[in-house]
Ligand binder design. Structure first.
Ligand code: ZN
Length: 179
């Protein structure tokens, strides 16, 4: 088990386009141990997801899992998912807004509009290809994490920066607001 160092906003790797993982490379020891370490790191910092560039590895790998945590007590549960080379397609023009945070933008929350329904095609950690439809919360988390593979953070998706808040102020003034 290894807890990896998380890149914070300003580190250039967060703005790079990550390299796809070759199918033959998925079963390699280096990719398998990276995935395990990413999951351990996500758990350690109570993230809902983590993308490889956030741990200084410019590869198209995302891990997602949601259990109730102190960082996101209201979050619905998502079983652990590993997504390699995920390709997202928007299935609707409908947008939903929610408060997002990011381990690379520590202690901040902001209101972000996202597509309500997406299709995502990806390989799992065994190299099996999946096509899944995701809506609402899962759709938001997948879009947030896959954005990291293309050099984007949630701040780039905010239409209005006036909602941007420090987490401690958010908890005092905005927690409980649903939108
Ligand atoms: Zn993030």
């Amino acid at each position: 088990m290894a807890i990896l160092k998380v890149a914070r906003l300003g580190h250039p790797i967060l703005r790079e386009i990550a390299c796809p993982v070759h199918e033959d490379e998925i079963s390699s020891d280096s990719i398998q141990s990276l995935i395990k370490d990413m999951i351990d790191t996500m758990h350690e910092y109570e993230g809902l997801g983590l993308a490889a560039p956030q741990v200084h590895v410019s590869k198209q790998i995302v891990v997602i899992e949601s259990q109730s945590s102190s960082r996101y007590p209201e979050a619905p549960e998502i079983p652990k998912m590993v997504m390699i080379n995920p390709q997202v397609e928007y299935l609707t023009h409908e947008q939903i807004e929610s408060w997002e945070g990011c381990l690379s933008v520590p202690d901040m929350r902001g209101l972000v509009p996202r597509c309500q329904k997406i299709q995502v095609v990806f390989y799992d950690e065994k190299g099996i290809c999946h096509t899944e439809i995701a809506e609402d919360f899962l759709s938001i988390v997948i879009q947030h994490e896959t954005d990291h593979l293309f050099g984007k953070v949630f701040l780039d998706r905010m239409e209005d920066l006036s909602s941007l808040s420090f987490l401690s102020e958010f908890k005092k003034h905005k927690a409980g607001i649903t939108s």
